[in-house]
Design a protein around this ligand. Structure first.
Ligand code: NAP
Length: 323
């Protein structure tokens, strides 16, 4: 039994999950496993998802209204896509308990502070957070209690946030198995732009490019009176492409919101990537084998560093190799 699988005892009396997909349902399961709250309430937008959550039996109460779910909660955790936060924060503000903590799990932090911050009532503590853990799956069925084990959770409390509330939330994430880091929101967004957002963008690009290319080759072959087997991409996908298709299967709404809400940092990192791509293009064109080899040796070392840090078997978000 690891520290996080040992029942811990309540850290909050009542936790309210607003949105219950992969991340919200993983929190629900981890809270239940560790007995980290006396009661977990939840609200989610669609009646179908509320029914599924009731059937799964992973929370104590599923509410038809946001107001009922957040009422009396000591911790309200926003687990919907980033683009939904402003409306949710506005709608729940009048129903929050004084002294409660609002947190979230969004993959971008400055936008959450921008959207939620103005609606946080006096006497309620707002501590944005981001568990750097996930998979390409969505919905309440896809969550699992171990998702946060040995993964980072980054908290970005604005200056002046009540320290006791930060400590309590830190303890909550640690009890779910996470390592917690406190960081400035702007720094978070730049770091994640390069470690998570850019790799996803590359995957979305390459899968689209390869698919278009295959269509083009098939049209050319048909014009020439020959046939190319339809499933060539699938057939030869072990050659590196398969990992990209997994990353590119991530939720379209979530990633739309991430790129729109971390625009500046992502554009900056794309600029740097373009320069490096151009340098590699030139090295290939001019047959500069030593340059290429030095580049690939350096990146191999980086992979070893990732393995040593225990963060492998994952993509930008972090997923165990097998579930
Ligand atoms: P998910 O599985 O797709 O679940 C999303 C939840 O949000 C569902 O309960 C859905 O409700 C609700 N929702 C969707 N659109 C909404 C809207 N417009 N208004 C209100 N509720 C809405 O998503 P997830 O993967 O758990 O991601 C949730 C958050 O976690 C995102 O902010 C994301 O940035 C962050 N995150 C994700 C990962 C990852 O790898 N997936 C990793 C780290 C952080 P209904 O089903 O009822 O519509």
């Amino acid at each position: 039994m690891t520290a996080s699988t040992t029942p811990h005892g309540p850290i909050y009396d009542r936790v309210a999950l607003v949105g219950i997909g992969l991340i919200g349902s993983s929190i629900a399961r981890a809270v239940r496993r560790g007995r980290l709250a006396k009661h977990v309430a939840c609200w989610t937008r669609r009646p179908e998802t509320r029914d599924t959550t009731r059937k799964l039996g992973i929370v104590d109460s599923v509410h038809d209204t946001l107001a009922e779910a957040v009422k009396d909660a000591d911790l309200v955790m926003l687990c919907a896509p980033i683009g939904a936060n402003a409306d949710i924060a506005q709608a729940m503000a009048a129903h929050l308990k004084p002294g409660a903590t609002i947190s979230d799990v969004g993959s971008v932090k400055q936008a959450v502070i921008r959207d939620v911050g103005p609606h946080v009532p006096e006497g309620v503590h707002f501590i944005p957070g981001h568990p750097v853990a996930g998979t390409e799956h969505s919905g309440p069925e896809s969550g699992f209690a171990e998702l946060f084990e040995r993964r980072w959770c980054i908290l970005t409390p604005p200056p002046g946030t009540d320290q006791a509330s930060v400590d309590r939330l830190t303890k909550f994430w640690q009890a779910m198995g996470s390592k917690v880091e406190i960081m400035d929101a702007q720094h978070h967004d730049r770091v994640l732009a390069i470690t998570s957002h850019l790799p996803h963008l590359i995957a979305y690009t390459i899968v689209g490019t390869v698919t278009d290319l295959e269509d083009h080759l098939r049209r050319e072959a048909a014009d020439a009176g020959t046939m190319i087997e339809r499933a060539e991409i699938v057939k030869f996908s072990a050659g590196g492409f398969r990992d990209f298709t997994r990353i590119a299967a991530s939720d379209p709404i979530m990633w739309r919101d991430i790129f729109l809400n971390n625009r500046e940092a992502v554009l900056e990192m794309m600029g740097r990537l373009s320069e490096d791509l151009a340098a590699l293009q030139r090295a290939i064109r001019w047959g500069e084998g030593e340059k290429l080899e030095a580049w690939f040796r350096r990146t191999r070392e980086i992979r070893r560093g990732v393995l040593d840090a225990g963060q492998a078997g994952t993509f930008a978000a972090t997923e165990p190799e097998k579930k």
